[in-house]
Design a protein around this ligand. Structure first.
Ligand code: 13P
Length: 339
């Protein structure tokens, strides 16, 4: 492979003990939803101001080693006039880029979805690399009910993730492989575990078929949880079910597992990460985060588009990042939320 040295350097910079990834790559429709909740208009400049606030938060780099950006953000600048990607790297936060183009229904396969965006991916990656991106993200999504996802849906999505990951490695960009089994719905935790296990098996088989080097990927899975319509499970149960599935499916050669938060409350996502790290003291992989909502929500609430709230919003972000850093070390306690 042509770019092994570059890929190894990116893994070394991103997969670091006690540091995680901030997912700030919401597509324009998704960020518009988040802004609507705080009554902020989703204009290009508001989106820029928000992402500028995130990357310039002092001290964030202590706990965050990577940030996933949306295409538009890669061309934008901070309030101080520096590129957002360059500003992140000044804190040793590696800039990355979401490269998928979102999900569509999988034709003729009820209940299944598939992600688009492979056409022209190699050329796009070359452009993103020139703009500073060193890793990429592609998300496949699996809704759960009694029948879905189907075996066929699982295989198709695995193939997409593996083709994407192979193109990334060929272009010198570390792939974040994200198969997200949604927590929406009324399934129990056993059903979520069953689907997550089938999905992860299919993904790793496909990665092997496509010659993807497992030492040079980051896996971004969901935690195993009961459906959102049900009562929450205790962190110890979430940790047990999540680790059981990962131990059955993820080879030890994968350097880092960075969970998505998927709609968990910020405190719940941190408590679950703590339980996972407590139960997996000798796991072969780092057990870290790539949270979007669970890192950004408190900061968004503190901000609502007002420049004079910038410090309060940055403090809220750094606090969440620090608490998750403690959870990665097994040192988080709920009382620390009050500090
Ligand atoms: P959440 O943590 O909000 O699920 O976002 C992570 C992400 O990047 C989803 O693709």
């Amino acid at each position: 492979m042509q770019y092994t040295t570059e890929l190894e350097a990116t893994i070394a910079d991103v997969a670091q003990p006690g540091r995680g990834i901030l997912a700030a790559d919401e597509s324009n429709p998704t960020i518009a939803k988040r802004f609507k909740a705080i009554e902020v208009e989703s204009s290009e400049d508001n989106r820029r101001a928000w992402r500028s606030l995130l990357v310039t938060a002092a001290g964030l780099g202590e706990y965050v080693s990577g940030i996933i950006l949306f295409e538009e953000t890669l061309q934008q600048q901070t309030d101080a006039g520096e590129s957002i990607a360059g500003s992140a790297w000044r804190q040793k936060i590696v800039p990355g880029i979401k490269v998928d183009k979102g999900i569509v229904a999988l034709a003729l396969s009820e209940g299944d979805t598939v992600t688009q965006g492979l056409d022209g991916l190699a050329e796009r990656l070359r452009g993103y690399r020139e703009q500073g991106a060193r890793f990429a993200k592609w998300r496949e999504v699996y809704a759960v009910d009694a029948h879905a996802p189907t075996r066929h849906g699982i295989e198709v999505s695995a193939e997409m993730l593996a083709r994407y990951a192979a193109v990334c490695q060929a272009e010198g960009v570390v792939p974040i492989v994200e198969p997200e089994v949604l927590m929406d719905g009324s399934h129990d935790i056993e059903r979520h575990a069953e689907v997550t296990e089938a999905v992860q098996h299919a993904v790793f088989h496909a990665l092997q078929r496509h010659h993807v080097v497992l030492e040079l990927i980051i896996l971004k899975p969901n935690m195993v949880l009961p459906g959102q319509d049900r009562r929450r499970a205790e962190p110890d149960e979430v940790a047990e079910e999540t680790l059981k599935v990962l131990r059955r499916t993820v080879p030890p050669s994968v350097p880092s597992i960075n969970f998505l938060s998927g709609g968990q409350d910020p405190e719940e996502a941190t408590a679950n990460l703590q339980a996972i790290n407590e139960q997996a003291a000798n796991a072969p992989w780092a057990l870290s985060i790539s949270y979007g909502r669970a890192l950004q929500q408190p900061a968004l609430k503190a901000w609502p588009g007002e420049p004079f709230n910038l410090d309060a919003a940055q403090d809220a972000l750094v606090k969440r990042a620090r608490l998750n850093h403690l959870a990665m070390r097994g040192d988080y306690r709920a009382e620390l939320e009050q500090d």
